[in-house]
Design a protein around this ligand. Structure first.
Ligand SMILES: Cc1cc2nc3c(=O)[nH]c(=O)nc-3n(C[C@H](O)[C@H](O)[C@H](O)COP(=O)(O)OP(=O)(O)OC[C@H]3O[C@@H](n4cnc5c(N)ncnc54)[C@H](O)[C@@H]3O)c2cc1C
Length: 350
């Protein structure tokens, strides 16, 4: 049976970051990816990167930079500008990022095996089975196979997911975020790239049926003169974190749910968790727990909101943003809802 020191399942940002570091460390690394080689990186994703993500992404891959972001909240809009003159947000094309990361990982010595879909995990025998029937043995396994992770399921975990829908549009070149009571616990975004703009929205199906959510969002776009032509794409984001290390098996990126669920950010968290897993394999004395805890701050912020919302009685859930602002503004005797919301958003964004 084929055997590798480290098998990585999934060539996304998490898996390829780990592959590069392990390759550079002289390890025998095999990356199994279900997609063909030319499509590695091709993921339904808005490709937004905050400043902290730039440590992993070379400048030439950045498509658009954002120093001004417009929030649409329940019928009014407010624009937040950079405070230090530097952009605070960027976009990358996921296919270009994936192809770049793959080349870097291969150069570092990792072997990428495309068209290799993993079907199951036998953790007792340290074996993964591909859909083709082939079996591969590992000493260490990294599950970086995203929000529908076969490895997470193989470890006995359930993948609790939000659903996102996206369209590629033209002629809309500003960064925008949509928070609207009509979208329930969902949110929307308009992220410009080089030559196209991604418009999308996401929610958890248990808060609103995805068909209804899609129609509400489409109607919002019509009202704001966004023409959603072309194909609609859908993908999921996993919400429930179940752990990082299970003996010689690691879960990283979306497979573990490191993402910042409130805003749907996960590229940076994927890369960082891939890096932590690789370092933990290379150096047994590395104190990975501290770094995992620090990375989880993002996820826990989002998870706390979902956890709380899940447990709220229906009457409290009906307390929409509109009502909340109205209540707060009357308590604070501040009739200008717009000004107050701008202030709150600025505070939240530092
Ligand atoms: C609509 C949408 C918009 C988003 N927008 C943003 C954003 O603007 N900014 C941001 O930071 N994050 C965003 N995210 C989140 C981000 O896409 C993820 O957090 C990030 O891609 C996670 O990286 P990953 O490597 O863990 O997983 P992925 O990128 O999902 O990669 C997993 C890889 O594993 C492969 N794979 C899956 N199953 C198998 C299998 N059984 N066998 C072999 N290979 C397999 C897949 O083909 C894929 O290549 C968005 C997500 C969605 C759904």
């Amino acid at each position: 049976m084929e055997h590798h020191e480290i098998v990585i399942v999934g060539a996304g940002p998490a898996g390829l970051t780990a592959a590069k570091i392990l390759g550079e460390g002289g390890k025998d690394v095999l990356v199994l990816e279900k997609l063909p080689k030319s499509r590695i990186g091709d993921k339904v994703c808005a490709g937004g990167i905050f400043r902290h993500g730039l440590i992993y992404i070379p400048k030439f891959l950045l498509e658009k930079s954002c120093d001004s972001l417009t929030f649409h909240v329940n019928g009014w809009s407010t624009t937040i500008n950079t405070v230090d003159g530097e952009p605070f947000f960027y976009t990358v094309d996921r296919l270009k990022l994936g192809q770049y990361q793959m080349a870097v990982a291969e150069k570092a010595g990792a072997t990428i095996s495309p068209d290799s879909s993993v079907a199951s995990l036998d953790k007792r025998c340290r074996v993964v089975s591909l859909k083709s029937g082939k079996k591969i043995r590992y000493d260490y396994l990294i599950g970086s196979d995203g929000s529908t992770s076969v490895i997470a399921r193989g470890l006995g975990f359930y993948n609790d997911k939000a659903v996102c829908v996206e369209w590629y549009v033209r002629g809309r070149d500003k960064f925008e975020v949509i928070i609207d009571d009509a979208l329930g616990m969902g949110w929307g975004y308009v992220f410009p790239h080089a030559g196209y703009t991604i418009v999308g929205a996401g929610t958890m199906p248990r808060f609103m049926q995805i068909g209804q959510f899609r129609e509400v969002f489409k109607s919002w776009c019509r009202q704001h003169e966004i023409v959603l032509g072309g194909e609609m794409k859908a993908a999921t984001i996993k919400f429930n974190y179940n752990g990082f290390r299970f003996g010689n098996i690691f879960l990283v990126g979306d497979a573990a749910s490191f993402n910042f669920t409130t805003v749907g950010e996960g590229i940076y968290q994927a890369m960082r968790s891939g890096e932590i897993a690789a370092k933990a394999i290379i150096d047994p004395t590395y104190r990975w727990k501290d770094d995992v805890e620090q990375l989880l701050i993002y996820h826990r912020l989002g998870a706390l909101m979902t956890y709380t919302y899940d447990r709220l009685p229906k009457t409290v859930r009906s307390l929409t943003l509109k009502k909340l602002f109205r209540m707060l503004s009357s308590i604070l005797r501040m009739p200008m809802r717009d000004a107050m919301a701008t202030h709150l958003i600025r505070m939240a964004m530092g």
